[in-house]
Design a protein around this ligand. Structure first.
Ligand SMILES: *Cc1c(COP(=O)(O)O)cnc(C)c1O
Length: 458
C-alpha cells in the first residue's frame, strides 16, 4: 500500500475539520428526507460520487470528535498509522477467530497485548484479547469472574448457585455495569454502590462494611470494580487498598482503566496507576487515550484457565481450534468471527514508539493543567481532583446546561455536563493530541466572554 496519497488525504481532512464547525445543525427530517430521495438503491451510482457524498454527510452531520476544540467524552483524534491499519485490515479481511486462518493477525495481536500486559505489571502467563470496546471488556470480566469464583456457574447457571452473587463499585464507576448485571442474569440489584470519600474515590471502609452486611444477609459477594479514571471526573480509586481487601476477602478485583490505562506508558503518570498490577482483570480501551479509531478495547486477565473456562466452545468444524500450543480467540473471548482489531494499535505503537506515545499523553496532560489554571485564574471553580486531563468546573449562579447550549451555538468548543456530588458542572476533557495551548486559551477567553454576556446565568 502506498502511504503518500493516504497521508495527503488524512492531512486534508485534519485541516478542513479544524477550520470548520465542531458540531452540526441538522434536523432528523433533513437527513431522512435526503437519504430517502437519493438512495433507493435502484440504479448504480459512480463510486466517486457516492464517496464524495458520504464524506460530505460526515463532515456536516456529526459532532467532529477529532476537532482540536472537542473537549469531550474520551473520543480521540486518530493517528495516521491507525487509520492506515483499518484500511489494510478491511482489504485483506483477516479472520482471527482461530489461529490457523490468520497466524499473522493472531501473533501480531498476541505480541502487542503481551507487551502492554507487561507495562501494566501483569505476569507473563496472563491472557488478553481485543474487544469491541470497554463495555465488552467489562462484560468479559464479570463473566470470567463468575466462572472463576463459582465453578458450577458455566453448566448450571446462576440458579445453580447456593447464594446470589453481587458486585461492588461506586456511583462514579461506569454505568455499563448495570447493563452487564442485567444481561448476565445477575440482575441490576446485584450491583452494590459503595460510598466515596470527599475526592470521589471508593471508600474501602464502606466497602468492607457493605460486604460484611451482604454476607450476613446471605448474598455471595464476588467482584469489586476499581476505576482508574472515572468517566465523569477522571478519579482514580485507591487501587492498592482495593487489591489488598480483595485478596483478604477472596474477591475478584477488576480494574476499569478504559480511558486512564494509557497512562502506564508515561513515566510521569504511571505512578498514579500503582496497584493495577494486582488486578485479576483489567479493561483498557485503545480507542480512547491510545488515539486509534473506534471499536478497539482490550481485556487483560491473569487467570488464563478461567478465561478458557468462561468462553470454551465445542468447535469440531474449525480446524485446529481445539488443541496445540497456539491460542484461538474464539475459545477465549465472547466473539466468534473476529475482525483484526489490534493492527491499528500495533501500527501506531510501531510508528510512534513508546516515547512518542508518552509524549502524546503528557502533552494532553499539560493542556489539562493549563486549562485548570486558566479557568481558576478567571474565577471558575474546579470541582474535581485528578492528575489526568479532565476538568470539571462551575461558578456561582452558573446553569451548566444553559451555558453549554450557548458554548455550542457559538462553536467555541464541545464540552459535556457532569455531576460532582450531585451538583451539575461543565466537564472538559482533552482527548486530542493536536489540541494546542492556544486552543485552550482561546476557549477559556471565549467562555469568559460568554459569561460576561450573561450566558448560562441562573
Ligand atoms: C468508556 C468507558 C467504558 C465503556 O467503554 P466503551 O468502549 O465505550 O464500551 C467503561 N468504563 C470506563 C471507565 C469508561 O471510561
Amino acid at each position: 500500500m502506498q502511504i503518500e496519497p493516504f497521508q495527503h488525504e488524512f492531512e486534508r481532512v485534519q485541516t478542513d475539520l479544524a477550520a470548520g464547525p465542531i458540531l452540526p445543525s441538522v434536523t432528523v427530517e433533513e437527513i431522512r428526507g435526503y437519504l430517502t430521495d437519493r438512495y433507493q438503491f435502484q440504479k448504480e451510482l459512480p463510486l466517486d460520487e457516492v464517496v464524495q457524498d458520504a464524506e460530505r454527510m460526515l463532515r456536516t452531520w456529526q459532532v467532529q470528535v477529532t476537532h482540536p476544540r472537542y473537549l469531550g467524552l474520551f473520543n480521540p483524534a486518530v493517528t495516521l498509522p491507525s487509520v492506515i491499519a483499518e484500511t489494510l485490515v478491511a482489504m485483506y479481511n483477516s479472520q482471527l477467530a482461530n489461529w490457523r486462518t490468520s497466524p499473522a493477525g493472531n501473533e501480531i495481536e498476541r505480541h502487542t497485548l503481551g507487551w502492554l500486559a507487561a507495562r501494566f505489571g501483569l505476569p507473563a502467563e496472563s491472557i488478553a484479547t481485543f474487544t469491541s470496546g470497554g463495555s465488552e471488556a467489562n462484560l468479559s470480566a464479570v463473566q470470567v469472574a463468575l466462572s472463576h469464583v463459582f465453578p458450577e456457574y458455566g453448566e448450571r447457571g446462576l440458579r445453580g448457585l447456593p447464594a446470589a452473587p453481587c458486585l461492588y463499585l461506586t456511583d462514579e464507576a461506569h454505568h455499563g455495569f448495570n447493563k452487564i448485571a442485567h444481561t448476565t442474569g445477575l440482575g441490576r440489584r446485584a450491583v452494590r454502590t459503595v460510598e466515596t470519600d470527599r475526592r470521589l474515590k471508593l471508600d474501602v471502609d464502606s466497602l468492607r462494611r457493605r460486604v460484611r452486611r451482604d454476607r450476613a444477609d446471605g448474598w455471595a459477594p464476588f467482584l469489586v470494580v476499581g476505576s482508574a479514571g472515572t468517566t465523569a471526573t477522571g478519579v482514580i480509586d485507591p487501587l492498592p487498598d482495593i487489591a489488598q481487601f480483595c485478596r483478604e476477602e477472596g474477591l475478584w478485583f477488576h480494574a476499569d482503566a478504559a480511558w486512564g490505562g494509557a497512562a502506564v506508558l508515561s513515566p510521569a503518570l504511571k505512578g498514579h496507576l500503582a496497584g493495577v498490577e494486582h488486578a485479576d482483570s483489567i479493561t483498557c480501551d485503545a480507542h480512547k487515550w491510545f488515539s486509534v479509531p473506534m471499536g478497539c478495547g482490550m481485556f487483560f486477565c491473569r487467570h488464563r484457565e478461567s478465561v478458557a473456562r468462561a468462553f470454551h466452545a465445542d468447535v469440531t468444524y474449525v480446524s485446529g481450534a481445539q488443541s496445540g500450543p497456539v491460542f484461538n480467540p474464539l475459545t477465549h473471548s465472547a466473539q466468534w468471527s473476529r475482525r483484526f482489531i489490534g493492527l491499528r494499535l500495533f501500527l501506531a505503537l510501531a510508528n510512534l514508539g513508546e516515547s512518542g506515545y508518552a509524549a502524546m499523553i503528557e502533552h494532553q496532560t499539560r493542556l489539562g493543567d493549563a486549562l485548570r489554571r486558566a479557568l481558576a485564574a478567571s474565577g471558575w471553580q474546579i470541582t474535581n481532583e485528578t492528575p489526568l486531563p479532565l476538568v470539571c468546573f462551575t461558578r456561582e449562579r452558573l446553569d451548566p446546561a444553559a451555558f453549554l447550549v450557548a458554548l455550542h451555538r457559538r462553536q467555541i468548543a464541545w464540552m459535556s455536563e457532569a455531576r460532582v456530588n450531585g451538583v451539575p458542572v461543565v466537564r472538559a476533557c482533552v482527548t486530542n493530541f493536536r489540541t494546542t495551548e492556544t486552543d485552550i486559551h482561546e476557549i477559556v477567553e471565549g467562555m469568559n466572554q460568554l459569561w460576561q454576556e450573561g450566558a448560562g446565568c441562573a
